[in-house]
Design a protein around this ligand. Structure first.
Ligand code: PGA
Length: 258
């Protein structure tokens, strides 16, 4: 298996002092010597602070969202080029909290992913079914319909989008609930996403398929069994990413499975 990717999504949490303490703990944990890729996504106002703190570190910097356009009259928004200039390597797009709270639909999410790739960033496209779709057993349908607009965006980008992104599967009912999906359940959906990727980008060899992550109530106690899944390329971590020892434990578990 290849290296796993562990991303900490800090959401709307942090302060100058708390960020500094957390980053110092993470960068002194020896993760650079381990076979794992790790990233943190702070609120955008702290990206410049973290870019400074992460100088010379292997820990990658990411943003939580990006606008699809390059510049213009979009008050409050941030472009992909701005993120790249600050030192970001990746950006989350389509997180369920953005979809729910900011009305971002799957077409828009695909456009954001495309803008990210064009600026040299790795888009992490988040998908996942609602509690209702979960109850109705419609998780694969929900996820593939969220992925669908990526096919047209990939064609528009001459096939370069799907080979340069990451998909994060986050069942909405598992986010922040303390109850992660079971490995069996996660495996079914991750395999479905990999099949969709293989069908949509047939030129990609199996070992070149984008990494597919799981997110939703990941903790040190369940990280290992999720990472052991054949299709699991890493984890997107919310609450546990704010606690240095927990995030380090999850990254260490991922290194053990590389
Ligand atoms: P959680 O959040 O780990 O707190 O469930 C995950 C996410 O929303 O990315």
């Amino acid at each position: 298996m290849s290296r796993k990717l562990i991303i900490g999504n800090w959401k709307m949490n942090g302060s100058l002092a708390a960020n500094e303490a957390l980053v110092r703990a993470l960068t002194s944990a020896g993760l650079a010597e381990k076979p794992v890729d790790c990233a943190v996504c702070p609120p955008s106002v702290y990206l410049a602070q973290l870019a400074g703190l992460l100088q010379g570190s292997s820990l990658m910097l990411g943003a939580q969202t990006v606008h699809a356009r390059e510049n213009g009259a979009f008050t409050g928004d941030i472009s992909a080029a701005m993120l790249a200039e600050l030192g970001c390597k990746l950006v989350l797009v389509g997180h369920s909290e953005r979809r729910a709270g900011h009305g971002e639909g799957s077409e828009q999410v695909a456009a954001q992913a495309l803008a990210a790739v064009r600026a040299g960033l790795l888009p992490v496209v988040c998908v996942g079914e609602s509690a209702d779709d979960h109850d109705a057993g419609l998780m694969q349908d929900a996820v593939t319909s969220q992925l669908a607009p990526l096919a047209a965006a990939n064609a528009e980008a001459g096939g370069t989008l799907l080979e340069n992104l990451v998909i994060a599967y986050e069942p909405i009912w598992a986010i922040g609930s303390g109850e992660a999906a079971t490995p069996q359940y996660v495996s079914v959906v991750l395999e479905c996403i990999r099949e969709w990727l293989a069908e949509t980008a047939p030129a990609l060899e199996e070992d070149k398929l984008p990494r597919v992550l799981y997110g939703g109530s990941v903790r040190p106690g369940n990280a290992g069994e999720l990472l052991a899944l054949h299709a699991c390329g890493g984890l997107l971590v919310g609450g546990a990413a704010l606690v240095a020892e927990e995030f380090i434990a999850i990254c260490t578990a991922a290194a053990a499975q590389a």
